[in-house]
Design a protein around this ligand. Sequence first.
Ligand SMILES: [Zn+2]
Ligand SMILES: [Zn+2]
Length: 346
Amino acid sequence: MMKTMRAAQLTEPGKPLQLVEVPVPKPKRGEVLLKVKAAGICSSDLHYQDGRSKVTRLPITLGHEVAGEIVECGEAVKGLAVGDRVSLFYLVTCGECMSCCTGNDNYCNEAEMLGKNIDGGFAEYLTIPARNAFPFPNSIPFSQAALFTDAVATPFHALSRAKVKTGDSVLIIGIGGLGLHAVQIAKIMGAGQVIAMDLDQDKLDLAQKVGATAVVNPGHENPVEKVASLTGGGADVTAELIGLPVTVRQAIDCTAIGGRTVIVGICPEDVVINPYHDLLLSERTLLGSADQSRADFPVIIELAARNRLDMSYSVTRELPLDEVNRGLEMLRKKEENIVRLVVTFP
Ligand SMILES: [Zn+2]
Ligand SMILES: [Zn+2]
């Protein structure tokens, strides 16, 4: 085993990540040492880099969407072995509080996020509690498995919270890394119509390739009127994945009487809601959905392993660790039609 490894660390907000040589961590009791094989580059990484979202210590190795191979197990690790290919749930939780014990581990007060509060996957190795590592079969490439934790599990969690049922019309606002999977998950959950909304026509074309039955481009048409005409009044479920006041407002306005609006995009600004018209008269339900829970993982791995999820469009490009800063800049400038860029390791 090597004693040191390369890692891309945030040392100061506003600066490119620094490629440094650091010691390979040792797995503690209950932890595994992972040889990282793939780590997704997410818009959240831009927020950490810019200081818009605060990391809790510096320097820190970013990268929260990770898959790899177990190379060492600490004491008391059960059910996992050296050589296992695993995808990581990115919240390291206490495992004991009431939230953790009731399946709501995404609200654990002690949760620490991989690549934000603890060193993540833009490095050759990392250590993680064994309970965060979920094995997946050889048929799934590491670069796709890396995306389960956020790009797939986050919309899965949101649409589960919104209780999509057979025949529902579902509107997905924002067809990025999460939205492309949200379209497919809505179909798997039994949606009749799945409508994709985005300003980017390339993204809408991609949404249709993975099963969207209709697309709406607010740059060319009134989105509320278009959705109303497609659905006969509004979508039964609307998922907002962008996080702008205008799209949050559209999400509510596009939702049917008695329908559910679920907010997933990070929108720190206020949005005006009229409780009488928006909620009372229409009996709409307005929901939030944060991250995902461990319980979502086995379902997602099953869907990917059975080819129910088409992830062939999910990885736009693979980059070596040396080019992580180029990847971040490509994402920032929205170069190409990026779903996800993934750092991969030999
Ligand atoms: Zn992410
Ligand atoms: Zn907890």
